[in-house]
Design a protein around this ligand. Structure first.
Ligand code: ZN
Ligand code: ZN
Length: 154
């Protein structure tokens, strides 16, 4: 788990056309987002994200982009593979310099365990969170709160 926050990581889309390398640097711990927007956007029960430095993410082949709005109202650009449709990361336009990586696209995704669960107020009822895990009804309200809850310096 801690290794995922410090090591060089690789990942990519389903078809292999887009591969990325995440070099070491500031990262926030992975979190699961149970907001209804993530549910709709992913067609699943929740999204699993990790905030990283955009400059640490090398993605030469990404050739798809879209735009969405997150629960706080901020516009988010999404990027991924135009061939297979996998969405790899997002960039919140109000927090330039950071990227929100989709943890399921990591080659080592099986090692990812969320450090926090956000928007538990709209979590699907069948999901039982691990005992003692950090859970928030909504999400951190400020950059300072994000850092306090999930920040990890290299
Ligand atoms: Zn692809
Ligand atoms: Zn969400």
């Amino acid at each position: 788990m801690n290794e995922l926050l410090s090591e060089t990581l690789q990942g990519g889309c389903n078809c292999g056309a887009v591969r990325y390398t995440l070099t070491p640097g500031f990262r926030m711990g992975p979190y699961a987002c149970h907001c209804t927007l993530c549910q709709t956007r992913t067609g699943s029960a929740f999204a699993e994200h990790m905030v990283v430095l955009r400059s640490a993410l090398e993605v030469p082949g990404a050739d798809w982009e879209g735009k969405t709005v997150n629960p706080s109202g901020a516009e988010v650009m999404l990027y991924g593979c135009n061939s297979c449709g996998a969405r790899l990361w997002g960039e919140n336009l109000t927090v330039p310099g950071l990227a929100t990586l989709r943890c399921g696209t990591l080659d080592r995704s099986a090692e990812v365990e969320p450090e926090a669960h956000l928007w538990v107020s709209s979590k699907q009822a069948w999901i039982t969170l691990p005992h003692g895990t950090k859970a928030m009804d909504e999400q951190p309200r400020s950059n300072e709160e994000w850092m306090r809850e999930l920040g990890h310096m290299p």
